[in-house]
Design a protein around this ligand. Structure first.
Ligand SMILES: [Zn+2]
Length: 119
């Protein structure tokens, strides 16, 4: 699985015990990207929403037969919308709601994520 540079924003998610866990989110209206995560290990993935191969398909179906490059889990079972749900570095599950506000572009940064490409 290859990595791809993604323009995104930083948010701060919450778990049961902490409220300042750095997460990333994209604004699909601006960049036509969506982020997913492997709930087993916390690895983050990007999909290109402009790829017609995603149209009308559930992400779990798209990743069928694909293994997480970080923990080798079956992504079909561990994939989840990110950062709505995420695996924090301490292993607990957290959540973050990006909301509908679009932050100023100068607050964006570029991160590298594994890209899920439909077969
Ligand atoms: Zn994983």
């Amino acid at each position: 699985m290859k990595k791809r540079l993604v323009r995104c924003f930083v948010g701060f998610g919450m778990t049961g015990g902490r409220s300042n866990i750095e997460v990333f989110y994209v604004v699909p209206e601006m960049y036509a990207k969506a982020l997913y995560t492997c709930l087993e290990c916390g690895e983050v993935f990007v999909v290109d929403l402009e790829n017609p191969a995603f149209a009308g398909r559930e992400i779990a179906e798209v990743v069928k037969g694909t293994r997480c490059p970080s923990c080798n889990a079956d992504l079909n079972e561990t994939i989840s919308c990110y950062p709505q749900t995420f695996r924090a570095p301490d292993g607990s599950l957290g959540s973050f709601d990006p909301g509908t506000m679009i932050p100023p572009d100068n607050e964006s940064l570029v991160r590298e994520f594994f890209e899920i490409v439909p077969s």
